[in-house]
Design a protein around this ligand. Structure first.
Ligand code: PNW
Length: 506
């Protein structure tokens, strides 16, 4: 097939970021603390000393960053709003902070002036600390969904005249599992992590998952009922999740394990949200009463909500190998091992600058096609990208030459074209992660000690999150805060144009 004319001419594309990873200015203009401020300042440190106090100082330098977007030719830009800038204490009866609103007003207006479409994520893991302190944050399903709905309404009311594209939550899986099972992310609760002094990894992640599902559902119903008719936008959610192949393709138990893994990753959220029904049966079978139920009233809300698109965050793929015997009560994978090579020793893909991330464009195509067929909604890829091998220790001069990233982008764009052109998937947009090198918010060290059970823990010691891995298409010098475009940043526009349908006008 010829890929050169597959992407629709209105295909949306651009770059993505998240508030805590780039903004800095954590104590300015009335911003309240979030669970990430607290987590990054714990003693002893759980983030290798890194915090978002300054980050990329985007709060003061956003015009310069948007100059880059213009230079790169981006049509769209995905960013997240910091809940505790808008409502410092977070709750539905707490005051709104006008200075926080004004900051995002400036951001949105600056983008529109440049002809760049804003895509707003309401929540990228930075829960107001006030809500965590008041009632346990996401552990309180009833309270958190009402507070999230009010926060979402404030955003629709204040920004919805200019913002037409909404993403409720970023990666609820990571928030639940890293935040409440492994404890590698804020708020760092865990009963399996020696650094955590509180938590229950067998129960809490599943409660937190339900709280986020109900929060999404309420935010969608509110938008569709009270804002969409006049504002005319669309609303979705960004789910992470890898594609899995069986470790031994001739073993039915590994085939089942691969399917089960994807249900634990994606079906957990996509079944209630897109299929409007209970969690996948394999989760219920393994987790039993640890997995909360939906009441009749909650099921009615699921049915009432209509999510317009599936936001896909995709980085890599893996092999799944079944485990014999019963799963541990803290297992969240589906009673299996995740591996980067199969039984024959074939690698799943080329290694990037992070051990967990291998480049697997062919499996990306399978992933896109699977997700489209299962959930039937248009897909926007809301994150995709990688650090290059060795990039974390490179100078700026070295890092701007990023052929690995260029190949990663180009091969993944080809997979999108094949999924659309040959498999019939509906894919409407793509956001490269990330506009800038930024603060890593995923302590993948912990999860992958469990995950890559074939490796020694020592292999992972050099993985810092913090400011180690560089996902940006722009190099950030964290001393001077100077930004320098990498080669990939300047090539993306061309990669899209080459694959876009030519519009013939009469
Ligand atoms: C995403 N994994 O999270 C997040 O949305 C970003 O904020 C983050 O910076 C980016 O990926 C890069 O890490 C992920 O372990 C975290 O497979 C971890 C994984 C995947 C995605």
């Amino acid at each position: 097939m010829d890929n050169s004319s597959v992407l629709p001419s209105d295909f949306e594309w651009g770059f993505a970021t998240a508030a805590y990873q780039i903004e800095g200015a954590v104590a300015e203009d009335g911003r309240g603390k979030s669970i990430w401020d607290t987590f990054c300042h714990l003693e002893p440190t759980r983030t290798k000393g890194a915090n978002g106090d300054v980050a990329c100082d985007h709060y003061h330098r956003f015009e310069e960053d948007f100059d880059l977007l213009t230079k790169y030719g981006a049509k769209a830009y995905r960013f997240s709003v910091s809940w505790s800038r808008i409502i410092p204490l977070g709750g539905r009866n707490d005051p709104v902070n006008e200075a926080g609103i004004a900051f995002y007003d400036r951001l949105i207006d600056s983008l529109l002036k440049r002809g760049i479409t804003p895509w707003v994520t309401l929540y990228h893991w930075d829960l107001p600390q006030g809500l965590h302190d008041r009632y346990g944050g996401w552990l309180n399903v009833e309270e958190s969904q009402l507070d999230f709905e009010r926060y979402a309404r404030v955003c629709y009311e204040r920004f919805g005249n200019r913002v037409r594209n909404w993403i409720t939550l970023n990666e609820p899986w990571i928030q639940s599992i890293f935040g409440y099972s492994t404890g590698g992310n804020a708020p760092g609760r865990s009963s399996t992590n020696a650094q955590s002094d509180a938590g229950n990894s067998a129960t809490e992640p599943w409660i937190v998952g339900k709280a986020q599902i109900m929060s999404h559902v309420r935010a969608v119903i509110a938008y569709n009922k009270d804002f969409k008719p006049s504002q005319g936008g669309q609303i979705g959610i960004s789910l992470n999740g890898d594609y899995y192949e069986p470790w031994d393709r001739s073993d039915i138990r590994d085939k089942d394990a691969a399917k089960r893994r994807m249900e634990f990753h994606i079906g957990w959220f996509a079944n209630p949200i897109f299929l409007k029904r209970d969690y996948p049966s394999c989760m219920r079978e393994q987790l039993g009463e640890h997995l909360p139920h939906f009441t009749e009233d909650e099921l009615a809300l699921l049915k009432e909500s209509d999510t317009d698109f599936y936001g896909m965050n995709y980085y890599t793929s893996q092999f799944a190998r079944h485990r014999d015997g019963l799963a541990a009560d803290t297992d969240y994978l589906g009673n299996l091992d995740e591996l980067q090579q199969n039984k024959e020793g074939a690698q799943v893909g080329e290694e990037s600058g992070l051990h967990w991330l291998r480049s697997c464009p062919d499996l990306f195509r399978k992933h896109l096609t699977r997700v489209y067929r299962l959930y039937g909604k248009p897909i926007y890829i809301t994150e995709n990208g990688c650090p290059c091998p060795g990039e974390d220790t490179m100078t700026c001069d070295e890092a701007v030459n990023d052929p690995f990233r260029i190949r990663y982008f180009s091969s993944h764009l080809d997979s999108i074209c094949k999924s659309i052109g040959e498999d019939g998937a509906v894919i409407k947009g793509y956001f490269a992660w990330a506009l800038l090198d930024n603060l890593g918010m995923s302590n993948t060290f912990l999860v992958h000690v469990q995950t890559f059970s074939d490796r020694q823990t020592d292999d992972f010691q050099e993985w810092s999150d913090g400011y180690g891995p560089r996902f940006g298409v722009t190099f950030t010098d964290y001393e001077t805060l100077e930004r320098t475009p990498k080669q990939s940043a300047l090539l993306l526009r061309q990669m899209f144009t080459e694959r876009q349908r030519v519009v013939v006008t009469a």
